[in-house]
Ligand binder design. Structure first.
Ligand SMILES: [Zn+2]
Length: 293
């Protein structure tokens, strides 16, 4: 079961034994599987979102951590969005801890031995990849949908995590500007309401894999439509209330291998939820509620 910690601003989701299964090939079409292209609008629903580039800028004589960009254009790198979505998919399913497994945690799925005849992976590694297996969900970089102005904001200095009791997630909370004094850092962030357009490709997925992917995007199917119920935690400053992103629009297209073209698809068709741990989904629905924004 997922559990809430003490007074800390995070929760632990326990790690369970991975449920490994044969991984599908991505280059061989399969009548039971679909290849889908999802075009999503992502809206920042927390006070700010900071996705760092690793670069420092100078503003009014102070160094600050820049938002990710290519040239002058800010963006959400596809790799970063994938990491955020994968983290939710891992927590929501019986998946391994590919990075930083603690003592006693189940071993990760990878690396896959060269020439292995059958590849058995946990649900997250089957979808997002493991060392030696590319994965079948590909994320493009997400560009702003309209002119998004960044701001330089003040945050308390980050602290290092000290212990691990599973997967750490940060429930949504209000952001408060830190008081003057104390150790602080400056970061470039986009404010609430900023939207980004993200395209992702899911190759050769079955209904259960599609269900896990939709859940990890914070989506539920209600009356045949996709509805966001979770905000995806993303970027820096999550313990401080930053980094909640919600899907506000989804278009789904399906590859038609006979006509060799994309056509509009019903996202709810064939979706199954059996890779999703129901108790974790229910807990995250309250902790990461997408709210009404
Ligand atoms: Zn795995």
């Amino acid at each position: 079961m997922a559990q809430r910690g003490g007074p800390e601003p995070f929760i632990w989701v326990d790690v369970v034994e991975p449920q490994r299964d044969a991984a599908a090939a991505y280059d061989r079409p399969d009548a039971e599987r679909r290849t889908l292209r999802l075009t999503l609008s992502l809206r920042v629903v927390s006070a700010y979102l900071h996705v760092g580039s690793g670069q420092l800028g100078i503003w009014k004589g102070r160094a600050y951590q820049q938002f990710a960009r290519v040239g002058d254009q800010i963006l959400l790198p596809g790799s970063g969005v994938k990491g955020a979505v994968r983290a939710l998919a891992e927590a929501l399913s019986r998946s391994c801890m590919p990075h930083g497994a603690g003592r006693g945690d189940p071993r990760p799925c990878g690396p896959i031995p060269r020439g292995a005849s059958e590849i058995r992976l946990c649900p997250a590694c089957r979808l997002f990849g493991a060392t030696g297996y590319r994965g079948r969900v590909l994320f493009e970089d997400a560009l702003p949908e309209s002119g998004v102005q960044t701001e330089i904001i003040r945050l308390p200095a980050a602290w290092r995590p000290r212990r691990s009791e599973g997967r750490k997630l940060y429930p949504r909370r209000d952001f408060q500007t830190p008081a003057e004094g104390g150790r602080i850092r400056w970061v470039e962030a986009v404010p609430r309401g900023a939207t980004f357009r993200l395209r992702l490709l899911a190759e050769n997925v079955d209904g259960a894999e599609l269900g896990l992917l939709l859940r990890a995007l914070g989506l539920d199917v209600q009356d045949g439509k996709l509805v966001a119920v979770l905000a995806i935690p993303m970027g820096g400053g999550k313990p401080l209330g930053l980094g909640g992103v919600k899907v506000v629009q989804v278009e789904v297209e399906e590859w038609d291998p006979r006509a060799l073209t994309w056509r509009a698809a019903d996202p709810a068709e064939g979706v199954r939820w059996n890779l999703v741990r129901g108790e974790v989904w229910r807990a995250l629905r309250s902790w990461l509620s997408a709210g009404s924004v």
